[in-house]
Design a protein around this ligand. Structure first.
Ligand code: PMP
Length: 416
């Protein structure tokens, strides 16, 4: 079964019209048009998402699941209805495989603590890659340290591709779990995750794919991916912060103990013994981010309404345009030039520190990120303390890139 909910429409995006959906982009910034190039950190929100969250609070907000009154039932319906939207978005088998969490970070910690930690013993291995976000490093260090297991890292090639030969070699008979980023937030590299899950499957090793940077940019299909777990954060898929999704194969979720205990995740409680609810409720202890989850659904519907293939085509087209345009900037070096890339450009310049570059660009109305992007080991791999990162969302256009390039010329005038 392969469902493609996005409309079949090969027309390029009408970015000018789409920009109108994002109130925050309408304001000037330091006397310039705002060129927002930091969507990899967090995307801006379309009116539909703002309206969904606000509409919940204005019209039908109440706590969910156990209320017998109308408002609570309406809230519950809206919240639970988002599971089906997510199921479609991921082409998952069942909405029971959709767990609402705070974001990708919580999803990875949940899998580490509930699924992986109980299976680790001394000498066992968890395999990750050299381009992971701290969110996909630290949780594995936490559980390997306490169990006597080892964290094994597959290296990154000079152009920012994953070294697949090395990864293959580092899968051993002690590998118990593989966790790999789908798209690098720092390099933009799109990893061959389907090849990795195929390798893992041959050896019976479960895999988590960190989709924080793939869900916002491309169609993701749990039937094709071959992973056991996948996660993303709503704030990068044009939704609110504080909400996100863990998708897991039902047989795993059913076998996993809860991550946190509390209300809403139980069937019965006595002082002697508690019986847990079935997944996904088993993993949603306490009052969740009700309006946030509802707005998460609105963000996914917004993306699917536009068509994720069109979003990807648009962003990759913009990346190509930007790659050409920045060639004329003296002393600029791009970090991460893999052939298969999403709309992210990380770079350093000969004469200016990334933070100074970020500050000067801000004066020109250009919002970029400067720093290690929560990938310090990757910075060490490339021998830089920080990079400047420009990243694209569906609302970016060539004018944003032109403004970036004009700003970089100014950096060279001041520092060159
Ligand atoms: N993984 C990747 C690749 C990311 O880019 C991010 C966010 N920068 C995360 C995980 C963590 O996401 P969050 O902070 O929303 O939990």
């Amino acid at each position: 079964m392969s469902v493609e909910p996005d409309p079949v429409n090969a027309e390029p995006l009408d970015v000018q019209q789409l920009r109108g959906d994002f109130p925050v982009l309408q304001q000037p910034m330091n006397g310039h048009r705002l060129a927002f190039l930091d969507s990899a950190a967090s995307a801006q929100k379309p009116q539909a998402v703002i309206d969904a969250e606000r509409g919940c609070y204005e019209r039908y907000y109440a706590n969910i699941h156990r209320g017998v009154y109308q408002l609570s039932q309406q809230s519950t319906q809206a919240y639970e209805g988002v599971r089906e939207i997510v199921r479609q978005f991921l082409n998952a088998d069942s909405e029971r495989e959709v767990v609402f969490v705070r974001g990708a970070t919580e999803a990875i910690n949940l899998v580490a603590q509930s699924f992986v930690r109980p299976m680790l013993g001394p000498g066992d291995e968890v395999l990750i890659t050299g381009m992971e976000h701290h969110a996909n490093i630290v949780p594995w260090q936490m559980i390997t340290e306490v169990t006597g297991a080892r964290l094994v890292v597959a290296p990154v090639l000079d152009d920012g591709q994953l070294d697949m030969d090395a990864l293959r070699e580092r899968i051993s008979d002690r590998t118990r779990f593989i966790s790999v980023v789908h798209v690098s937030n720092t390099l933009g590299t799109i990893n061959p995750v389907e090849a990795i899950t195929a390798l893992a499957r041959e050896r019976g090793i479960p895999v988590l794919v960190d989709g924080a940077q793939s869900a916002p940019h491309m169609t993701v299909d749990m039937q094709a991916l071959g992973a056991d777990f996948y996660c993303f954060s709503a704030h990068k898929t044009y939704g609110p912060s504080g909400a996100g999704v863990l998708w897991g194969r039902l047989e795993h979720l059913e076998a996993m103990p809860p991550y946190q205990g509390g209300g809403d995740m139980i069937r019965t409680v006595t002082f002697e013994k508690t019986e847990y609810a079935e997944p996904p409720q088993r993993f949603e202890a306490g009052t969740p981010n009700i309006a946030g989850v509802i707005a998460l659904g609105a963000g996914l519907e917004y993306m699917m309404g536009i068509g994720r293939n069109r979003i990807l085509d648009h962003e990759v087209g913009l990346l190509e345009y930007a790659n050409e345009a920045i060639k004329e900037i003296n002393g600029l070096r791009v970090i991460g030039t893999a052939p298969d890339k999403a709309g992210v450009i990380s770079f350093v310049m000969d004469h200016a520190h990334p933070h100074d570059i970020g500050t000067i660009l801000d004066m020109e109305g250009v919002a970029v990120r400067a720093g290690h992007h929560c990938t310090q080991p990757l910075m060490q791999r490339f021998g830089v303390p920080a990079t400047v990162r420009a990243s694209f969302g569906l609302y970016n256009d060539r004018a944003d890139v032109d403004q970036l390039v004009a700003g970089l010329r100014k950096v060279n005038e001041l520092f060159g």
